[in-house]
Ligand binder design. Sequence first.
Ligand SMILES: *Cc1c(COP(=O)(O)O)cnc(C)c1O
Length: 342
Amino acid sequence: MMEKKNIDWENLDFNYIKTDKRYVSTYKNGKWDDGALIEDDMITMSECACVLQYAQTIFEGLKAYTTQDGKIVVFRPDLNAERLANSSKRMEMPVFPEERFIDAVVQTVKANAAYVPPYGTGATLYLRPYMFGINPVIGVKPADEFQFRIFATPVGPYFKGGAKPLTIKISDFDRAAPNGTGFIKAGLNYAMSLHAIVTAHNEGFAENMYLDPKTRTKVEETGGANFLFVTKDNKIVTPKSNSILPSITRRSLMTVAKDYLGYEVEEREVYLDELGNFAECGLCGTAAVISPVGKINDHGKEICFPSGMEEMGPVTKKLYDTLTGMQMGKLDAPEGWIKVIE
Ligand SMILES: *Cc1c(COP(=O)(O)O)cnc(C)c1O
């Protein structure tokens, strides 16, 4: 067993901490090189690099953690590999082969195993795969040289002291255009959400609920998490739209709800004017798994869920406990969901 770094695991924040090794592979002259783990955390590039001028960059996010029986594992990295490939295609970037993506994840975690937080601390090793156009581009066109990288950074539990229900607002800003890039994990989607999130925070809200930009009548998602709703008769509903980013957490929770917990599940258009009919609401993403939403502010009018502002609703809690139980090795997960690193 490798000696762990001397880190106060229980008090980690969700901030970047430099670790020992990162993975890098370069695409040049039409092909990816062999890739390697390196120590240098700095990137040198042209002032005219495509990523700096035209934001040709995409990313992924996943976590490595220690299970109850002491194994280091990652959760469904094949889906991150697939999603990065889809993002690459939409952004005119070369696909990094999916099996190489998984191998790069394994190499990065192994090389930084001393930073994988111990079981029971609530902390995890966050992995950030990303790809960007690096050669100089001034006329508008895609780059022809790229880097695929993964760095790792230990992070604390997203919500210290348990998840308290959030209050969010309906945003007047849009996250993604109807035929735009909302369904891929492009840095540009986040760049344009920064003003909206700062505005929401300044007004005292935790997050924005974005609506479909065309009709502004349907629920899309927040800046970085998909919605799950629970009806009063315990059906799990998630919004359907081709401008939502397909969250791996949300897709996993829907499978768990249907196949393991026996709930009826439905992916359909969800209208703003039906929000008051739901019993529970949660935000799904890798960072927090599910963050409960207690209240939605629609231009001063409050939509309060019966689950209240003190704790997660009972169905949300059951979903959360089951998926995190699978991730932590306390419950059996579906075949192929847990990749053991060592
Ligand atoms: C990454 C992301 C999510 C969450 O996806 P997970 O795979 O569950 O981490 C949701 N929405 C957006 C916009 C995202 O970028």
